[in-house]
Each structure stands twice: as structure tokens, then as C-alpha cells.
Ligand binder design. Structure first.
Ligand SMILES: Cc1cc2nc3c(=O)[nH]c(=O)nc-3n(C[C@H](O)[C@H](O)[C@H](O)COP(=O)(O)OP(=O)(O)OC[C@H]3O[C@@H](n4cnc5c(N)ncnc54)[C@H](O)[C@@H]3O)c2cc1C
Length: 565
């Protein structure tokens, strides 16, 4: 690498670790210019995660938990992009293209890795498609809007008991800090606003917390955890301990013991996994986190630093630092000091910090806190929670806004506005479990489905009996008939084994069909073949279930095709 006059410090991640490192580097820079700071982050704002749960309930405003990084770090070059790759040999970071279809390459002399961790649903059937993570502002906003949306639907669908129960059941998986805080806020919010829906019987609302261990909040002293458990249960949260979430569909949460909880709202704060960017790095790791020494230098390197949730950092008293904001902010200060020492020469410092305490808010003006070894619970803990986190919010402007929101929240009912931020998703991945119906005969047709994995059967009910029309597998599609003819579904499609589909909304399907005549013709041809076959006695008799082979792939032959809804 060519020697640079100004050393380039590149920080990846604009969370607690990254932003606090940059803040301290800016302080060290003062009027000098011997190094420059670049920070790369997906968003142009910093999220104060401890208050995210309050965005769900609307106790604080949508933007109150975030601060623009540009204002916090005026001397830092901010790149708001996704990081695509990191090359520690060439000392480069490549970010995704923006308006110009060219990747952007950033060179560094010192690299700070503060990319946090992610909630990773891979390998859990149906969770990537149907579970909502709870980590970012967009997750909190999505949950809030979704919850209001299901309440609106429950008010309309109050005559359909099965659907009503699904809509009024809210499931949260993970009984750690973030799971407990979100379930507490969600429970308070739903039970309060449901009063505005005269069509809904409030006794039908169910809020369920699933936790894999034998008590929630394992990070806290047992007495406090049991207190939190009692408080939540008293307010109506159904806490299921020693319970693992195994799979999900759009209509159910499926537990490891086979229990199925009908729900349209599944939030999961687990499992927490290393950031894929860190995973891809050829650097020493332990349980997916980068192994750094007490000066925060990644083992085996002399210019790569790691901190926050993506790093394993030893504590002087043994053990390793927990993944909390409290630690990440203090690590930022040490990382900045040591980078400056590496550039200007000087002694490096070791990270030494004794945890001040742990707090978890339980809603309804109660919390649990373990401060300097003393257990505090109830109103006093809640007051401490609010005071401490208010003072930790960056900037007086934000602190005043949050203080004002909290004051109004004491007197005013929670806001019930649903923000419709996006149109219906055009193309979506969906997962169905055996026995579930993708759609039912007579339903309105609004989507076409392409099978990625699994098997489904097509059946038509007539004169009180059901005829099996076809069995479909990967690569085949169904649902086109109702879309092309603007009619209701003429058959039911039921899942035979775990089924992953790509579903395309009729708006996008119509656009494609209108602009690609060949595609429309091919769909119409298949539809006509299927329609012909549906009329045949063989198809309706249901005596011989038809297989994928007999049906053909995406474009079945005329003599073999069956009706596919
Ligand atoms: C809901 C919730 C509540 C919490 N409450 C508390 C609490 O009360 N007290 C406490 O001490 N801790 C709390 N924590 C934990 C705390 O927030 C984390 O420990 C802390 O955020 C870790 O900081 P970090 O910098 O390592 O990661 P993060 O703050 O997660 O920052 C990582 C940053 O990297 C960015 N990033 C990741 N990948 C890419 C990419 N490929 N391209 C570009 N940018 C990328 C992300 O957008 C993010 O801005 C809570 C966490 C959550 C989720």
C-alpha cells in the first residue's frame, strides 16, 4: 500500500460502537488534520435502541429515537450505503452502487468494525417469510402499523371466529431484554386501544411470550426476573417458558412440541447471529464474533479494530464483555484513543469498565433494575429507567422532545394512526404448513403462486363432496385462472408438505402480462388446457389423484392438464 500523508480511519457501522468511536476521534482531531474519518452505515441516522419498544406503543414519536449522524459527527465523511465486501489484504471496503451503477471502493489505513449482530431466521421454517424482527426503527414502525392493521381487520371480520382469533393473538419469541420490553409495550398498547373497537371483544385479545429457558430475563438476578414475570402475567401476558419456536406460517406459530398458536403477528428477537459481513471475514473469531484483545485490536492484525456486538472483548476480571450499548459506547472511547496512539505514537489503553447496572422497562410505569448490585423494582425502577435513558439520548433537542412525549402520554390516550408507508408487496416469499390452505374455493383471486419447494394439492368442492384435481410441485404455478378471468377461485389449494412459494400480486402480474404478450399467451394457453381438463370426468371424479408428472411442469400438455384455480 502507498503511504498516505493523512491516515484514513474507516468505521463500519453507525450504531453505538461506530458513532461513539467517531465522536472521540473527532475530539482527538481538534484543529489537526493528520487523519480523516469515514463512517459507513446503511442509514443516515443513529438509533437509540433502548427506546425502540416505545415507538411500537407510540409513547414517543417515530423520529424521537433516532439522530442524524451528520449532525452528531460534523467532521466525519458519512457514506450512507450498504457494505458489500471488506478486503483486509488490499485494505479496501466496497459499498453497493447508488444511482450510478458502480460500486464505491474506500481505502483505509485503520479499519473499525462495529457492525453489530443480526436476527437471523435462516434454517427456521417459515420464519424468514412471516416473523418480524425487532432491532431497527423500521422494525418498530412496521410492528406498530401491522398491529393497528390487524385490529382494523378484526373489527371487520368479527363474524369469522377462526380469523378473528388469529388476528387478536400476538406472539413474541425471546424473553431477553428486547423481547420483554416489546411484549410489555405491545400488551399495554393493544389492551388500551382495543377499547376504540366496539366490534372486538377485548377478552379475546391474547399476547403470548415464548422463551426457551426456565425464566425470562436470564441476564438479571432471579428475584427481579420473577418479579417481571409476575407483573407481565398479571397484565395478561401468557408466558410460555421452556418453549421453543420451531416454525411459522402466515397463520400460525409452531412450537417444538408440536403446539400451534393461531396468529397473524409473530415478532421474534431470537436467534441473534453474527453479521454476515463479519462471517465472511478471514479473521479470528469465536462463536462468530471477532476476537479482539483488550486494546480492541483484532488478533493477528495491527490496523483492524473491533467493538460492540460483533466483537469478543476480554474483561479484566475474566469473561467477556456483554453485547450491550453500555459497553459499546465505552469501547468506542478506547478504540479512538488507541487508533490515535497508533497514528501519532503513544501508549495504548486497555478496555476496563465495570457494568453500572441493568434495567428493563415493563410498561405501565414499572421496571426492574439492578444498579451497583442493588435490586430495584416497580415505580422507582421505572423512574430510574426513564431518567437514565433520557440523559443518554444524544442531544438536548431530542431529550426535550422525548420528555414532552412522555408528559403527554401521562394524560392522553395512545395514538391509533396507522401509517401506510408502502403499497402491497408486489412479489413476496410465503410459507405454508401441511394442511393449510393457500386459498379457498370462492375466495377473491389477488395473487398467482409459483412453487419453490414442497407439494400442494388442488381440490374442488361440488355437491357436498371434494374432488382432487391435481398435485403440484416445485417449478409449477397456480392461481392464474382467477387473475386472468377476474373471477373468484374455482378450487382450493392445500399444502401437502412444507411449501415455499413466490407469490405475485395481481397488479404486478397484470403489468407483466400486458407488456409481455408471449407471457400472457403462454398463461392463457395453460389456463385453457387446465379449464378443458377440469371439465373432464376424470378430473372431477377424484378417484385418481394426479401427480406433478401427469400434470407436466409450468406448461402442462393439453391432454394432461388440470384446473388450477
Ligand atoms: C430493542 C433493543 C433494545 C436494547 N436495549 C438495550 C438497553 O436498554 N441497554 C443496553 O445497554 N443495550 C441495549 N440493547 C443492545 C444495544 O443496542 C447493542 O448492544 C448496541 O446497539 C451494540 O452496538 P453496535 O455498535 O455493536 O451495533 P449496532 O448498534 O447494532 O450498530 C450496527 C450498525 O451497523 C450497520 N450495519 C450493519 N451491517 C451493515 C452493512 N452491511 N452495511 C452498512 N451498515 C451496516 C447497522 O445499520 C447499524 O447501524 C438493545 C438492543 C435492542 C435491539
Amino acid at each position: 500500500m502507498k503511504e498516505q500523508k493523512h491516515k484514513r480511519v474507516v468505521i463500519l457501522g453507525g450504531g453505538f460502537g461506530g458513532v461513539y468511536t467517531a465522536l472521540h476521534l473527532e475530539k482527538a482531531l481538534r484543529k489537526r488534520d493528520d487523519f480523516e474519518i469515514t463512517l459507513v452505515n446503511k442509514e443516515n441516522y443513529f438509533v437509540f435502541q433502548p427506546m425502540l419498544a416505545e415507538v411500537v406503543s407510540g409513547n414517543i414519536g417515530i423520529l424521537d429515537t433516532v439522530s442524524p449522524i451528520r449532525r452528531m459527527l460534523p467532521r466525519t465523511n458519512l457514506h450512507v450505503r450498504d457494505i458489500e465486501s471488506i478486503d483486509t489484504k488490499e485494505q479496501t471496503v466496497t459499498t453497493t452502487p447508488g444511482f450510478r451503477q458502480q460500486p464505491n471502493v474506500i481505502y483505509y489505513d485503520h479499519l473499525v468494525l462495529a457492525l453489530g449482530n443480526v436476527t437471523d431466521f435462516r434454517g427456521l421454517r417459515g420464519l424468514p417469510e412471516h416473523a418480524i424482527p425487532f432491532k431497527n426503527l423500521s422494525d418498530a414502525l412496521y410492528i406498530r402499523n401491522h398491529v393497528i392493521h390487524v385490529l382494523e381487520e378484526a373489527a371487520i371480520e368479527h363474524n369469522d371466529k377462526r380469523l378473528r382469533l388469529q388476528l387478536l393473538t400476538f406472539v413474541v419469541a425471546g424473553g431477553g431484554f428486547s423481547g420483554v420490553e416489546v411484549v410489555a409495550e405491545l400488551n399495554d398498547f393493544v389492551r388500551e386501544v382495543v377499547r376504540n373497537y366496539p366490534q372486538i371483544d377485548s377478552s379475546e385479545v391474547r399476547v403470548v411470550l415464548l422463551h426457551a429457558l426456565d425464566r425470562i430475563l436470564p441476564e438479571l438476578d432471579e428475584k427481579l426476573a420473577l418479579y417481571a414475570q409476575r407483573i407481565l402475567e398479571k397484565r395478561g401476558v401468557d408466558i410460555r417458558l421452556n418453549t421453543l419456536l420451531k416454525a411459522a406460517s402466515g397463520e400460525e406459530a409452531i412450537l417444538a412440541d408440536g403446539t400451534r398458536i393461531p396468529t397473524r403477528t409473530l415478532i421474534s428477537t431470537v436467534p441473534s447471529s453474527p453479521n454476515p459481513m463479519i462471517d465472511a471475514l478471514d479473521l479470528p473469531k469465536e462463536r462468530g464474533r471477532l476476537k479482539a484483545d483488550s486494546s480492541l485490536l483484532v488478533e493477528g492484525t495491527n490496523n483492524v479494530w473491533a467493538l460492540g456486538d460483533c466483537a469478543i472483548i476480554p474483561r479484566p476480571d475474566g469473561g467477556v464483555c456483554p453485547p450491550t450499548a453500555q459497553f459499546a459506547t465505552r469501547q468506542g472511547k478506547i478504540a479512538a484513543h488507541n487508533i490515535v496512539a497508533a497514528i501519532r505514537g503513544g501508549e495504548r489503553k486497555a478496555f476496563q469498565f465495570k457494568e453500572l447496572g441493568k434495567l428493563a422497562a415493563l410498561g405501565h410505569r414499572s421496571a426492574v433494575a439492578q444498579m451497583f448490585g442493588v435490586n430495584i423494582s416497580g415505580f422507582l425502577a421505572w423512574f430510574m429507567w426513564r431518567t437514565i435513558y433520557l440523559m443518554k439520548l444524544p442531544g438536548w433537542g431530542r431529550r426535550l422532545k422525548v420528555a414532552a412525549s412522555w408528559t403527554f402520554e401521562l394524560f392522553l390516550p395512545p395514538d391509533l394512526v396507522q401509517l401506510k408507508l408502502t403499497n402491497t408487496t408486489g412479489v413476496a416469499h410465503e410459507h405454508f404448513e401441511p394442511g393449510e390452505e393457500v386459498f379457498h374455493q370462492g375466495d377473491l383471486g389477488d395473487r398467482i403462486y409459483i412453487i419453490a419447494r414442497g407439494q400442494a394439492e388442488v381440490a374442488r368442492g361440488e355437491n357436498g363432496s371434494e374432488a382432487l384435481l391435481a398435485r403440484l410441485g416445485p417449478g409449477e404455478y397456480f392461481g392464474e385462472m382467477a387473475l386472468l378471468n377476474q373471477t373468484t377461485r374455482n378450487a382450493t389449494v392445500r399444502c401437502l408438505e412444507p411449501l415455499d412459494v413466490l407469490s405475485i400480486h395481481k397488479r404486478e402480474f397484470s403489468m407483466l402480462a400486458a407488456n409481455l404478450p408471449a407471457m400472457r399467451e403462454s398463461f392463457e394457453q395453460v389456463m385453457n388446457q387446465r379449464r378443458l381438463a377440469t371439465g373432464s370426468e376424470r378430473a372431477l371424479s377424484g378417484t385418481r389423484p394426479l401427480t406433478k408428472q401427469s400434470l407436466g411442469a409450468a406448461a402442462p400438455r393439453a391432454d394432461e392438464a388440470e384446473a388450477v384455480a
